[in-house]
Design a protein around this ligand. Sequence first.
Ligand SMILES: [Fe+2]
Ligand SMILES: [Fe+2]
Length: 386
Amino acid sequence: MRHHSHPAESYFQTWARLLTTAAANAALYHPQHRQVLRLNRQTLEALQKIFAQQGSLTVKIIDEQVIFADQPVMNNLSVERLQNALTRNGISHLHIEPGIYAEELLGLVNILSKNPDIQTNISDSEHIAYGRVAIRYQQTAGRSAPVLDLSDIVGFEADRYMDIYDRVKKKQKLELSGIEEIVSGFINAFNSQSEAFLAIAPLRSMDEYTYTHSTNICMLNLAQAKVLGIEGQLLNDIGIAAMLHDVGKMFISPEILSKSEQLNEDEWRIMQQHPRLGAEYLINTPGVPRLAVVTAFEHHMRYDHQGYPQTTQPWPQHLASQMTAISDTYDAMRTHRAYEEALELDQIMAIMLDLAGTKLHPQLTYSFLQVLSGFDKNTPDQNNIC
Ligand SMILES: [Fe+2]
Ligand SMILES: [Fe+2]
């Protein structure tokens, strides 16, 4: 592995060693054991040295590699332990700000000490932010596959979403505030596995299009964006854009939308209007992020400039639209339709790999597949933390 030694790297190594040792001790004894508290204090001191050089600390796990200060860190036992502990807890990003206090750091020690099968509530604290992808596992054909379909959303959010779409259908004013809350709810759910999130019955029997599809795309896009390190307002806008990408379908007749056989040429022509109809609707709706208009318009365009709407000039497709195209492709294959077998994850991955560079943006597709396969590989097991 290519490796540049980094001035702060030895501090990072020390920090990783102390942190994972603290976690191992917490697992062995008790989180309040004096041994743990001592190690936690030392971990905090090591952290201060990193802050002095770096301002803050960001750790990312990309393709099983620990990244610190945008550089891959040389693997040693502590770094490997840290990587394992983070991965088993579904943490792909960890950001720590100066000002962190011992009690707060102990929270992280605690999380890393736990067997992920024991439900831990991983939520951001004042100076710690977790980039966490909320993925559940589903047994299919003897192997566990990650599932991102968020059918388990708290009821009122689902109802509100249906309400939003009802208004669109009736051409009433779109209430964006509801969507914003849903998206921020998703983003929070990414960061903390809230109980409400997990507790809801696994399948809501709801019209696939109006609800599940949009929430799937939202979650998948947020997962993609988070892996790219996107945060803040852009992350929110990406989520909102994903929720609204197919809003134009509300202007297409239900007979065409729900037709299970192949569409004829006329029907197909009508169906292909939905990006334009969606964009036109959204551009005239106050408060809608511009990105949502762009994404609605561009999400069926292709990396190779095929797709629709057709433009006279090659059209640069926005990152959010490209991510939507990727999520859309995945979701279409993943969704079980009555008349066709849902594909296995590895089949889907093979197909998507094949589409990388033609229909889909290659690097973004690889990144997406890495998210999926990473979580597949790292299915929680009984391995001890140390
Ligand atoms: Fe669409
Ligand atoms: Fe779609």
